[in-house]
Design a binder for this molecule. Structure first.
Ligand code: AKG
Length: 277
Protein backbone atom coordinates (compact mmCIF):
# COMPACT_ATOMS: atom_id res chain seq x y z
CA UNK A 1 0.00 0.00 0.00
CA UNK A 2 1.33 3.40 -0.93
CA UNK A 3 1.27 6.18 1.62
CA UNK A 4 -0.50 9.48 0.96
CA UNK A 5 2.93 11.11 0.78
CA UNK A 6 4.06 8.69 -1.93
CA UNK A 7 0.90 9.31 -3.95
CA UNK A 8 1.44 13.03 -3.60
CA UNK A 9 5.03 12.73 -4.82
CA UNK A 10 3.75 10.86 -7.89
CA UNK A 11 1.16 13.56 -8.55
CA UNK A 12 3.59 16.42 -8.12
CA UNK A 13 6.71 15.04 -9.78
CA UNK A 14 5.45 12.36 -12.15
CA UNK A 15 7.69 9.77 -10.57
CA UNK A 16 8.23 7.83 -7.38
CA UNK A 17 10.93 5.53 -6.02
CA UNK A 18 9.81 2.51 -4.00
CA UNK A 19 12.71 1.43 -1.84
CA UNK A 20 13.54 -2.27 -1.55
CA UNK A 21 10.60 -3.51 -3.65
CA UNK A 22 12.74 -6.49 -4.69
CA UNK A 23 14.94 -8.38 -2.22
CA UNK A 24 18.76 -8.61 -2.41
CA UNK A 25 18.46 -12.31 -3.37
CA UNK A 26 16.10 -11.46 -6.26
CA UNK A 27 18.41 -8.72 -7.50
CA UNK A 28 21.41 -11.08 -7.31
CA UNK A 29 19.45 -13.55 -9.42
CA UNK A 30 18.63 -10.99 -12.13
CA UNK A 31 22.18 -9.58 -12.20
CA UNK A 32 23.72 -13.05 -12.64
CA UNK A 33 21.04 -14.07 -15.12
CA UNK A 34 21.60 -11.12 -17.47
CA UNK A 35 25.39 -11.27 -17.14
CA UNK A 36 25.18 -14.92 -18.20
CA UNK A 37 22.91 -14.03 -21.14
CA UNK A 38 25.37 -11.35 -22.22
CA UNK A 39 28.28 -13.80 -21.95
CA UNK A 40 26.36 -16.23 -24.17
CA UNK A 41 25.89 -13.47 -26.76
CA UNK A 42 22.12 -13.35 -26.31
CA UNK A 43 20.06 -11.15 -28.61
CA UNK A 44 20.68 -7.47 -27.87
CA UNK A 45 20.23 -4.07 -29.49
CA UNK A 46 23.41 -3.03 -31.31
CA UNK A 47 22.08 0.44 -31.97
CA UNK A 48 24.72 2.68 -30.40
CA UNK A 49 25.21 6.12 -31.95
CA UNK A 50 28.68 6.86 -33.32
CA UNK A 51 30.62 4.22 -31.35
CA UNK A 52 34.39 4.57 -31.11
CA UNK A 53 36.61 1.47 -31.12
CA UNK A 54 36.52 -0.05 -27.63
CA UNK A 55 33.18 1.57 -26.70
CA UNK A 56 32.16 -0.43 -23.59
CA UNK A 57 28.57 -0.56 -24.87
CA UNK A 58 29.66 -2.73 -27.78
CA UNK A 59 30.63 -5.42 -25.29
CA UNK A 60 27.57 -4.82 -23.12
CA UNK A 61 24.76 -3.69 -25.46
CA UNK A 62 21.40 -3.19 -23.84
CA UNK A 63 18.83 -5.93 -24.25
CA UNK A 64 15.33 -5.09 -25.46
CA UNK A 65 12.11 -7.11 -25.40
CA UNK A 66 13.72 -10.03 -23.57
CA UNK A 67 10.31 -11.04 -22.19
CA UNK A 68 9.54 -12.39 -25.66
CA UNK A 69 12.13 -15.14 -25.27
CA UNK A 70 13.20 -15.17 -21.60
CA UNK A 71 10.82 -16.41 -18.90
CA UNK A 72 12.66 -14.66 -16.04
CA UNK A 73 12.16 -11.32 -17.81
CA UNK A 74 8.50 -12.07 -18.46
CA UNK A 75 7.93 -13.02 -14.81
CA UNK A 76 9.60 -9.82 -13.63
CA UNK A 77 7.61 -7.67 -16.06
CA UNK A 78 4.33 -9.16 -14.80
CA UNK A 79 5.31 -9.18 -11.12
CA UNK A 80 2.41 -8.46 -8.78
CA UNK A 81 4.36 -5.82 -6.83
CA UNK A 82 4.88 -3.80 -10.00
CA UNK A 83 1.28 -4.31 -11.10
CA UNK A 84 -0.17 -3.35 -7.72
CA UNK A 85 1.96 -0.21 -7.51
CA UNK A 86 0.88 0.97 -10.95
CA UNK A 87 -2.78 0.30 -10.23
CA UNK A 88 -2.47 2.43 -7.09
CA UNK A 89 -0.62 5.18 -8.92
CA UNK A 90 -2.84 5.52 -11.97
CA UNK A 91 -6.01 3.82 -10.81
CA UNK A 92 -6.10 1.47 -13.80
CA UNK A 93 -4.81 -1.93 -14.78
CA UNK A 94 -1.69 -1.52 -16.97
CA UNK A 95 -0.72 -3.51 -20.07
CA UNK A 96 2.89 -4.64 -20.38
CA UNK A 97 4.67 -3.89 -23.65
CA UNK A 98 8.44 -3.87 -23.20
CA UNK A 99 11.41 -5.02 -21.15
CA UNK A 100 14.99 -3.72 -21.29
CA UNK A 101 18.21 -4.47 -19.46
CA UNK A 102 20.96 -1.85 -19.38
CA UNK A 103 24.45 -2.96 -18.34
CA UNK A 104 26.08 0.49 -18.52
CA UNK A 105 29.60 -0.65 -17.69
CA UNK A 106 32.38 1.65 -16.44
CA UNK A 107 33.15 4.32 -19.02
CA UNK A 108 29.85 3.93 -20.92
CA UNK A 109 27.97 6.91 -22.24
CA UNK A 110 24.56 7.80 -20.83
CA UNK A 111 21.26 8.43 -22.59
CA UNK A 112 20.24 11.98 -23.44
CA UNK A 113 17.04 13.48 -22.04
CA UNK A 114 13.88 12.13 -23.70
CA UNK A 115 10.23 11.24 -23.09
CA UNK A 116 9.30 7.55 -23.33
CA UNK A 117 5.92 8.14 -24.92
CA UNK A 118 7.71 9.65 -27.92
CA UNK A 119 8.65 6.05 -28.72
CA UNK A 120 5.76 4.06 -27.25
CA UNK A 121 2.96 6.29 -28.57
CA UNK A 122 0.42 4.99 -26.09
CA UNK A 123 -2.83 6.82 -26.60
CA UNK A 124 -5.11 7.94 -25.17
CA UNK A 125 -3.11 8.36 -21.98
CA UNK A 126 0.56 7.55 -21.76
CA UNK A 127 3.05 4.87 -20.82
CA UNK A 128 4.63 4.16 -17.45
CA UNK A 129 8.10 2.80 -16.70
CA UNK A 130 9.22 0.59 -13.83
CA UNK A 131 13.01 0.93 -13.57
CA UNK A 132 14.74 -1.37 -11.08
CA UNK A 133 18.28 -0.64 -9.90
CA UNK A 134 20.42 -3.76 -10.07
CA UNK A 135 23.51 -1.93 -8.75
CA UNK A 136 23.71 1.07 -6.51
CA UNK A 137 23.34 4.01 -8.86
CA UNK A 138 24.44 7.55 -8.25
CA UNK A 139 25.84 10.44 -10.23
CA UNK A 140 29.26 8.80 -10.58
CA UNK A 141 28.04 5.67 -12.38
CA UNK A 142 25.23 7.35 -14.29
CA UNK A 143 21.97 7.25 -12.37
CA UNK A 144 18.77 8.50 -13.97
CA UNK A 145 18.07 12.24 -14.12
CA UNK A 146 14.48 13.40 -14.16
CA UNK A 147 12.66 16.70 -14.60
CA UNK A 148 10.01 16.90 -11.86
CA UNK A 149 6.63 18.08 -13.08
CA UNK A 150 7.31 17.34 -16.75
CA UNK A 151 4.57 14.68 -16.71
CA UNK A 152 2.28 17.61 -17.54
CA UNK A 153 4.24 18.58 -20.65
CA UNK A 154 3.16 17.47 -24.10
CA UNK A 155 5.65 15.54 -26.25
CA UNK A 156 8.48 17.83 -27.29
CA UNK A 157 10.08 17.96 -30.72
CA UNK A 158 13.52 16.37 -30.63
CA UNK A 159 16.89 17.88 -31.49
CA UNK A 160 20.30 16.29 -32.02
CA UNK A 161 21.96 14.97 -28.87
CA UNK A 162 25.61 15.27 -27.94
CA UNK A 163 26.81 11.76 -28.83
CA UNK A 164 30.03 12.24 -26.86
CA UNK A 165 27.81 11.93 -23.76
CA UNK A 166 24.83 9.94 -25.07
CA UNK A 167 24.62 6.65 -26.93
CA UNK A 168 21.32 7.79 -28.46
CA UNK A 169 21.40 10.63 -30.95
CA UNK A 170 18.29 12.65 -30.17
CA UNK A 171 17.21 14.63 -27.14
CA UNK A 172 14.62 17.15 -26.03
CA UNK A 173 15.59 20.68 -25.01
CA UNK A 174 14.63 22.07 -21.60
CA UNK A 175 14.75 25.76 -20.63
CA UNK A 176 17.88 26.90 -18.84
CA UNK A 177 17.54 26.58 -15.08
CA UNK A 178 14.87 23.82 -15.22
CA UNK A 179 15.37 21.68 -12.10
CA UNK A 180 16.69 18.18 -12.84
CA UNK A 181 16.82 15.58 -10.05
CA UNK A 182 19.17 12.61 -9.71
CA UNK A 183 17.55 9.29 -8.79
CA UNK A 184 20.08 7.82 -6.37
CA UNK A 185 18.99 4.25 -5.79
CA UNK A 186 20.06 1.00 -4.13
CA UNK A 187 19.70 -2.47 -5.68
CA UNK A 188 16.04 -3.57 -5.56
CA UNK A 189 14.64 -0.05 -5.48
CA UNK A 190 12.14 0.58 -8.29
CA UNK A 191 11.51 3.96 -9.86
CA UNK A 192 8.10 4.40 -11.49
CA UNK A 193 7.69 7.26 -13.94
CA UNK A 194 5.08 8.69 -16.27
CA UNK A 195 5.74 8.47 -20.03
CA UNK A 196 5.86 12.23 -20.50
CA UNK A 197 8.50 12.77 -17.81
CA UNK A 198 11.71 14.09 -19.34
CA UNK A 199 14.55 11.85 -18.19
CA UNK A 200 17.90 10.48 -19.23
CA UNK A 201 21.10 9.35 -17.64
CA UNK A 202 24.64 10.55 -17.14
CA UNK A 203 27.71 8.73 -18.40
CA UNK A 204 29.27 6.13 -16.11
CA UNK A 205 32.41 7.98 -15.07
CA UNK A 206 33.69 5.27 -12.74
CA UNK A 207 36.47 2.90 -13.71
CA UNK A 208 35.16 -0.16 -11.90
CA UNK A 209 31.38 -0.09 -11.41
CA UNK A 210 28.47 -1.24 -13.56
CA UNK A 211 25.15 0.58 -13.43
CA UNK A 212 22.78 -2.20 -14.39
CA UNK A 213 19.02 -1.80 -14.48
CA UNK A 214 16.02 -3.91 -15.42
CA UNK A 215 13.18 -1.95 -16.95
CA UNK A 216 9.56 -2.60 -17.84
CA UNK A 217 7.39 -0.34 -19.95
CA UNK A 218 3.61 -0.42 -19.62
CA UNK A 219 0.69 1.48 -21.04
CA UNK A 220 -2.30 2.73 -19.13
CA UNK A 221 -5.13 0.25 -19.36
CA UNK A 222 -7.44 2.51 -21.31
CA UNK A 223 -4.90 3.01 -24.10
CA UNK A 224 -6.25 1.90 -27.45
CA UNK A 225 -3.09 2.36 -29.49
CA UNK A 226 0.62 1.74 -29.06
CA UNK A 227 3.58 2.11 -31.45
CA UNK A 228 4.23 -0.67 -33.92
CA UNK A 229 7.28 -2.07 -32.10
CA UNK A 230 5.38 -2.78 -28.89
CA UNK A 231 2.93 -5.49 -29.95
CA UNK A 232 1.73 -7.76 -28.55
CA UNK A 233 0.65 -5.94 -25.40
CA UNK A 234 0.03 -8.20 -22.43
CA UNK A 235 -2.43 -7.97 -19.60
CA UNK A 236 -0.73 -8.42 -16.24
CA UNK A 237 -1.95 -12.03 -16.16
CA UNK A 238 0.13 -12.65 -19.28
CA UNK A 239 -2.74 -12.91 -21.76
CA UNK A 240 -2.58 -10.90 -24.96
CA UNK A 241 -4.66 -7.81 -25.59
CA UNK A 242 -5.12 -6.51 -29.13
CA UNK A 243 -4.31 -2.81 -29.39
CA UNK A 244 -4.28 -0.72 -32.54
CA UNK A 245 -1.02 0.63 -33.91
CA UNK A 246 -0.50 4.35 -33.39
CA UNK A 247 0.52 6.54 -36.34
CA UNK A 248 4.27 7.10 -36.87
CA UNK A 249 3.85 10.85 -37.08
CA UNK A 250 2.86 13.14 -34.23
CA UNK A 251 2.47 16.77 -33.30
CA UNK A 252 5.20 17.98 -30.98
CA UNK A 253 5.97 21.07 -28.99
CA UNK A 254 8.75 23.64 -29.08
CA UNK A 255 9.67 26.15 -26.39
CA UNK A 256 8.81 29.78 -26.98
CA UNK A 257 9.73 32.71 -24.80
CA UNK A 258 6.73 34.83 -23.93
CA UNK A 259 7.73 37.91 -21.94
CA UNK A 260 10.50 36.00 -20.19
CA UNK A 261 8.36 32.94 -19.49
CA UNK A 262 9.04 29.75 -21.46
CA UNK A 263 6.00 27.87 -22.69
CA UNK A 264 5.47 25.01 -25.13
CA UNK A 265 3.80 25.72 -28.45
CA UNK A 266 2.49 22.73 -30.42
CA UNK A 267 3.69 23.82 -33.83
CA UNK A 268 5.94 20.88 -34.76
CA UNK A 269 5.36 17.52 -36.42
CA UNK A 270 7.72 14.59 -36.26
CA UNK A 271 8.00 11.04 -37.56
CA UNK A 272 9.42 8.37 -35.27
CA UNK A 273 12.22 6.62 -37.07
CA UNK A 274 13.84 4.71 -34.26
CA UNK A 275 12.91 1.09 -33.87
CA UNK A 276 12.43 1.02 -30.16
CA UNK A 277 13.58 2.63 -26.92
O1 AKG B 1 18.71 3.57 -17.78
C1 AKG B 1 19.00 4.51 -18.52
O2 AKG B 1 20.14 4.97 -18.56
C2 AKG B 1 17.95 5.15 -19.36
C3 AKG B 1 16.68 4.37 -19.31
C4 AKG B 1 15.55 5.05 -19.93
O3 AKG B 1 15.65 6.11 -20.44
C5 AKG B 1 14.22 4.42 -19.88
O4 AKG B 1 14.05 3.40 -19.22
O5 AKG B 1 13.31 4.95 -20.52
Amino acid sequence: MLTEEQKQTWQEKGYLILRGLFSPAEVDFYRDHFMALNAQGAQASRSVAEPKPGDPLLKYPRMIHMHRWDKASLDWMLDKRIRDTMVELVGKEPYAVQTMFYFKPAGARGQALHQDNYYLRAQPGTCIAAWMAVDRCDEANGCLQLVPGSQNWPLLCTIKADTRESFTDITVPIPEGTPVESAVMEPGDVLFFNGAVVHGSLANRTTDRFRRSLIGHYVEGDAQQVGKWYHPALRMDGTRIELETSPDGMKCGTWVDEDGVERIEMTGFEMVEKASE
